[in-house]
Ligand binder design. Structure first.
Ligand code: PMV
Length: 329
């Protein structure tokens, strides 16, 4: 029996148009370069945190199933950070539910740790501003720093805990993002392990970081003028460059599969037919296609017609993390 009714937070995944890949400080999650993302309006994570001072350890459930091993330790380690910050010691009961696939390169860890950060901060009575919440979420999963914000967010890499946080980028740009789902299974290698291997062994890593910094400067200008063609081109080359660094790691890290390449071929064909569509992929085989909202149904249909195992979801820009106090349980 848990006396505390708990607090619930909802956060949405974000998709990076300029990617975060590789940390200079793994413990503090400080990346090598800035990244920029769009928060989506699909696949939210809903997380409730209740304090239970009688319990000896935290208890975590994912979609109603008790979490074990590394996943549950990761949540407990994150709660330790919050407890330290708050000067409190109570254990917590955490229930979290993802509306989308988990661990399939669809940013479930971004929405997951953004929701956990918001709910845990409220449960332990902390008051943090958005930048501090972003710093905290970063410690759970780097990309979660950006899901604190709706619309577009820029994560300043910084060089220590204080200087590494995301903030909202105020632009009107409102494309559709067609999610081409080719495989919902969890990835075989975690992004954390894959990043470490890439930074340590890939001869292409340094040059991608340099080109990524240049990409960000061009991207910021293109976003401000609502230029889908330039935003899309930069996003696509930045993602392909990130995957190139992984392919050159030793041993190679390869998240892209045959259906991924099928989707990329279809995107290229659409462009040859004058439909502006641009692809980006994260730590998994699924593809997100940026296009005009009015073209989204056509783009989604083409993906399903040309890639047999493909299903699609159409997203738009979504909101930042929100809190909702549980009134009854
Ligand atoms: O989920 P994380 O925080 O371990 O990082 C994943 C990074 C990518 O999704 C591949 C790129 C990004 O910037 O979100």
């Amino acid at each position: 029996m848990v006396a505390d009714p708990g607090v619930t937070a909802v956060a949405y995944p974000n998709i990076a148009l300029i990617k975060y890949w590789g940390k200079r400080d793994e413990h503090q999650a400080i990346p090598w370069a800035d990244s920029l993302s769009i928060t989506l309006d699909v696949f939210p994570t809903t997380t409730t945190v209740c304090l239970d001072s009688a319990a000896e350890a935290d208890r975590v459930t994912f979609g109603g199933t008790p979490a074990r091993g590394a996943a549950s330790r990761r949540v407990a380690a994150f709660l330790d950070l919050v407890r330290k910050h708050a000067g409190r010691s109570e254990s917590a009961v955490v229930s979290t539910r993802n509306a989308g696939p988990t661990g399939a390169g669809l940013a479930s860890s971004a929405s997951g740790f953004a929701a956990l950060a918001r709910a845990a901060v409220a449960a332990y009575g902390l008051e943090l501003d958005a930048a501090d919440l972003s710093r905290l979420a970063r410690r759970g999963s780097g990309s979660a720093a950006r899901s604190i914000f709706g619309g577009f967010a820029l994560w300043h890499a910084g060089e220590d805990d204080h200087s590494s946080y995301a903030e909202r980028v105020d632009v009107e740009f409102d494309p559709a993002v067609v999610i081409a789902l080719v495989d919902g299974a969890p990835k075989r290698i975690s992004s954390r392990a894959a990043m470490r291997r890439t930074v340590e062994t890939s001869p292409l890593y340094r040059s991608w970081i340099e080109s990524s910094r240049a990409d960000l400067a061009e991207m910021t200008e293109a976003l401000a003028r609502n230029d889908l063609a330039v935003v899309g081109e930069i996003a696509e080359r930045n993602a392909l460059g990130m995957h190139a660094t992984m392919l050159a790691a030793r041993p190679a890290v390869r998240y892209l599969t045959a259906p991924t390449l099928g989707v990329l071929d279809s995107v290229a064909v659409l462009r040859s037919e004058n439909v502006p569509a641009y692809a980006t992929m994260d730590a998994g085989p699924n593809v997100k296609v940026l296009c005009r909202p009015g073209d989204a149904d056509q783009v989604a249909l083409r993906m399903r017609e040309t890639v047999p195992c493909c299903s699609t979801v159409i997203a738009r820009r979504g909101p930042g993390v929100t809190l909702r106090i549980e009134e009854e349980r």
